[in-house]
Design a protein around this ligand. Structure first.
Ligand SMILES: Nc1nc(=O)c(N)c(NC[C@H](O)[C@H](O)[C@H](O)COP(=O)(O)O)[nH]1
Ligand SMILES: [Zn+2]
Length: 195
C-alpha cells in the first residue's frame, strides 16, 4: 500500500519541475497545509501555500517562496509570516517538501530549516515536515536540516518511494546530473528500493 503522503510529494515534484534548472542549487517544491488532528485520510486538509525554487525573484528556495507567497497574500513581510499563519485548535500546520529543508546555504542566505523553526517562535508554527529525500552532499556535505528542525521541536519524516524522480528533477541543471542522482541514491537514508 502506498503512503498517504505520496500524493503530496507528487504535487511538490510537479512544483519543482517549474523551477529553472541551475548548477548552483536543487530544483525543489514545497507545500504548506493545515491538517485536522486524527484525520487518517487527510480529507479535511487545507492547502495554505506552495513554492518552488527560484519561483520568486532572486536566489530563492522552495520553502522560502512558500512562506513568502503566504506572507504576501496576508500583506506582511517575510519576517512576519509566523504572525499570520492560522492557529486553530484541533489542527496542525504541516509542510511537504521534495527535499530535506536546507540547514546551510553556500550563498549565506537564511536556511529553510531556520525559516521553518522561526514560525514556532512565539507562535504555534509548523508542526511537522515530510520530505522525499535527504539533501545530497553536493553543496554542503552532511545535511544539517533535520537536526535543526529537531532542535526547534519540529517533527520531520522521510517519505520513501519517489527518490529517483525527486533527485532527477533536483539535479536537472547540473553538468553531470545523472551521475549525481546515482551517487545520491546510494547514500544511506536515500536508499530507494530496488524496484
Ligand atoms: N531544501 C532546499 N530547497 C531548495 O529550494 C534548494 N535550492 C535547496 N538547495 C540546498 C543547497 O544546499 C543550496 O542550494 C546550496 O547550498 C547553494 O546555496 P544557495 O541556494 O545559493 O543559497 N534545498
Ligand atoms: Zn532551503
Amino acid at each position: 500500500t502506498s503512503s498517504p503522503h505520496l500524493p503530496y510529494l507528487q504535487k511538490c515534484l510537479s512544483l519543482a519541475e517549474q523551477s529553472p534548472p541551475r548548477p548552483t542549487n536543487f530544483r525543489v517544491g514545497a507545500i504548506l497545509l493545515s491538517r485536522k488532528d486524527n484525520d487518517p485520510t487527510f480529507a479535511d486538509d487545507r492547502i495554505l501555500s506552495t513554492g518552488y525554487t527560484m519561483e520568486l525573484v532572486g536566489n530563492t528556495h522552495a520553502e522560502q517562496c512558500c512562506f513568502s507567497n503566504y506572507a504576501a497574500v496576508h500583506k506582511v513581510s517575510d519576517d512576519e509570516v509566523a504572525s499570520v499563519l492560522p492557529v486553530e485548535s484541533g489542527r496542525k500546520l504541516i509542510m511537504y517538501v521534495t527535499m530535506e529543508p536546507c540547514g546551510k546555504r553556500l550563498s549565506g542566505n537564511a536556511p529553510c530549516a531556520q525559516r521553518i523553526a522561526r514560525t514556532t517562535a512565539g507562535h504555534e508554527g509548523v508542526h511537522k515536515v515530510y520530505f522525499g529525500v535527504k539533501e545530497p552532499e553536493t553543496f554542503v556535505g552532511q545535511s544539517e536540516g533535520c537536526r535543526m528542525l529537531t532542535e526547534a521541536g519540529i517533527e520531520w519524516e522521510h517519505v520513501g518511494g519517489l527518490e529517483r524522480e525527486i533527485l532527477t528533477v533536483a539535479f536537472a541543471g547540473h553538468e553531470n546530473g545523472a551521475e549525481e542522482v546515482r551517487a545520491a541514491l546510494g547514500d544511506k537514508g536515500n536508499t530507494a528500493d530496488e524496484s
